[in-house]
Design a protein around this ligand. Structure first.
Ligand code: SF4
Ligand code: SF4
Length: 298
């Protein structure tokens, strides 16, 4: 295994080096870029017709989990695409919860009663936590549906309520594409609106838009030269940036984080153990993580 820093993109720009602290978090792109909807802000351009990262074989997921367990992983995330398109998702949830806490990022559109009951049973039988991160882009159909598609707000809320009724309090995940949710006042209002929608212990994670993938067309691309340079990181930043202690596995290999899987040159290696080295943050999206102190973790 080499100890030299691996650039996170094929850009010729030289970025700062971020040390690697150890594998605390493993992201599994269980359904790759395959999603049942095609949000206008999706930073990895997921959708029903994008299988550039295909759905992972069940055994590949189990192998990655086993490898990560051997490396001391503390927390697992399932994402995509839409994880509930995986034909054996509950088997994967069960296998994961034997060893570690799990968060699943979902649009909630496929969460029927049977699936929610299965998730609740697995959560009750595990010593580890199971969090469902439900993506939504506002507290009304008028805010959400232009981003996620017609009638999705109603259906997202139905899925979230099903989770709630089965004892799983979702973490709503909101990309701040609407200016009012960038500040504290708007965020407090968001929580209040969720209470009015019937979630009396609302949990919300706000995430900034990344100007890559489909978001390049909706909100605009990063301007030329918008990149970090050597010396821009503060001391100990690897404690805060998730890529200082996480890796992402897809059907095509291992990547530094879930944000860059569609970016040129971001693939690091085939096996997790070959990626536990410092990385060079030379992609424009790294400026967003640095400036916002952002992590995709729950
Ligand atoms: S943002 Fe999430 S739900 Fe929307 S297209 Fe991308 S992966 Fe699918
Ligand atoms: S985009 Fe963010 S999480 Fe990904 S490598 Fe850059 S700084 Fe790390």
């Amino acid at each position: 295994m080499s100890n030299s820093a691996i650039p996170v993109s094929s850009s010729a720009h030289r970025g700062p080096t971020l040390g690697f602290r150890g594998l605390d978090v493993l992201w599994l792109q269980v359904t790759g870029t395959v999603c049942n909807i095609a949000c206008t802000h999706c930073f990895i351009t997921c959708g029903p017709k994008n299988d550039s990262h295909p759905i992972m074989e069940t055994q590949s997921v189990l192998d990655a989990l086993e490898q990560a367990r051997g490396l001391g992983v503390k927390e697992i995330y399932f994402t995509g695409g839409e994880p509930f398109l995986h034909p054996e998702i509950l088997k994967l949830v069960e296998a994961t919860l034997v060893h570690a806490p799990l968060s699943i990022l979902t649009n909630a559109l496929l969460l029927d009663d049977e699936t929610c009951a299965g998730l609740a049973r697995l959560e009750r039988n595990s010593r580890y936590s199971l969090d469902l991160r439900v993506s939504v882009d506002g507290t009304t159909a008028e805010e959400n549906d232009p981003i996620r598609g017609r009638h999705t707000f109603r259906r997202i809320m139905e899925g979230a309520h099903r989770l709630y009724r089965h004892g799983l309090n979702p973490v709503f995940t909101v990309t701040t594409v609407h200016a009012q949710y960038e500040g504290n006042e708007g965020r407090v209002q968001f929580l209040e609106s969720l209470r009015e929608l019937g979630f009396d212990r609302p949990r919300v994670k706000f995430i900034p838009p990344f100007h890559i993938g489909r978001e390049e067309e909706r909100g605009g691309a990063y301007p030329p030269g918008f990149q970090l340079s050597p010396g821009d990181l503060f001391e100990g930043e690897e404690q805060y940036l998730q890529c200082g202690s996480c890796r992402t596995v897809t059907a095509k290999g291992v990547y530094p984080c879930p944000i860059l899987i569609e970016e040129d040159g971001a693939r690091m290696a085939s096996e997790i153990h070959d990626t536990l080295v410092p990385i060079e943050l030379n992609h424009p999206a790294c400026t967003t993580c640095h400036a916002e102190g952002f992590s995709c973790r729950t």
